[in-house]
Design a protein around this ligand. Structure first.
Ligand SMILES: Cc1cc2nc3c(=O)[nH]c(=O)nc-3n(C[C@H](O)[C@H](O)[C@H](O)COP(=O)(O)O)c2cc1C
Length: 278
């Protein structure tokens, strides 16, 4: 998983070549074997094909996808933790596609929710928070893709001292002091996030890891019904859980009182906690 996480980057230019049957079968099998997300939100996923006449309807808001004919699409039912759960499950699927050597790109901005809704047979109450093209990467990024890759600072991530803390928000958690969790936290740091804002913050306290969301002001209103930054949190939670497990560290997700008495940084709120198994 750590290798896949380090290898994955958004890819927006694809070869106009349909996915072969074997690959389709593997993606469908992965969909049916996805882990249950931490807060049991009901959701379903599909592999969907779009033909050329629909290409104009599938462009993302700020990235332009070219050449992709297939998409992974997910629909969730409403619930308190629907966006975190969606991010968690969809990232598992994205990393599985990465393991097959396929390109992907989270698209949560304005894409045609109506087109994907029609193709998925969206049921009353369900929403589609995000989609990803899935396909064979073009040999090189298109100009738009390259520009986007550079302008979103795709390879840049915030340093540890802005993301991870010990006991409360006043003491950064260093790689050295994080001990056996160093790789796990590094894999959270490498996670993708909408507009690369990296809104996740983690405080370790008494062996528990409390996840907070540090919101980008004015951002939520751009995408009204879907809270992309809570999806980002779900992605980070998946990276944490799966990489901790890979290091032999088991735990589960709960919503608890993190017991942090000092004042939280501005625009920051509690989300969920990873509690290690005894
Ligand atoms: C929830 C979410 C929504 C995103 N929406 C879009 C989008 O609408 N269009 C796009 O081009 N990229 C989108 N991205 C991709 C991010 O810009 C990208 O993950 C980030 O810049 C980090 O780059 P990387 O994925 O190459 O590591 C989204 C990512 C996430 C996690």
């Amino acid at each position: 998983m750590s290798e896949l996480i380090a290898e994955r980057h958004s890819w927006r230019s694809y070869r106009r070549e349909p996915l072969d049957q074997g690959t389709r079968g593997l993606l469908r099998a992965a969909i049916s074997h996805l882990e249950q997300p931490p807060f049991q939100t009901r959701m379903r996923f599909s592999l969907i094909d779009a033909d050329k006449s629909e290409a104009g309807r599938i462009k993302g808001t700020y990235g332009v996808i070219s050449g992709a004919g297939s998409f992974l699409v997910g629909a969730v039912e409403p619930g308190d933790m629907m966006f975190e759960d969606f991010g968690y499950a969809f990232e598992e699927l994205i990393l599985f596609a990465t393991s097959l050597g396929l390109g992907t790109c989270w698209i949560g901005g304005t894409f045609s929710r109506s087109l994907f809704g029609e193709k998925m047979g969206l049921r009353p109450g369900e929403i589609i928070p995000a989609v990803t093209p899935v396909g064979y990467r073009a040999h090189r990024r298109s100009l738009v893709d390259s520009l986007f890759f550079l302008s979103a600072g795709s390879r840049n991530r915030r340093p540890w001292n802005e993301l991870f803390f010990d006991n409360d928000f006043s003491t950064p958690l260093t790689q050295k002091r994080s001990g056996e969790y160093a790789t796990t936290l590094e894999m959270v740091r490498l996670a993708p996030s909408a507009v690369n804002k990296q809104p996740w913050r983690i405080v370790r306290k008494d062996g528990r890891f409390h996840f907070f969301i540090c919101r980008t002001l004015g951002y939520r209103s751009l995408f009204s019904a879907v809270d992309l930054q809570r999806i980002d949190l779900g992605i980070a939670m998946f990276h944490f859980h799966i990489c901790a497990r890979e290091s032999g560290l088991e735990g589960s997700w709960e919503i608890v009182d993190p017991g942090i008495t000092s004042v939280l940084p501005p625009s920051t709120g509690y989300c969920a906690s990873w509690i290690p198994h005894p």
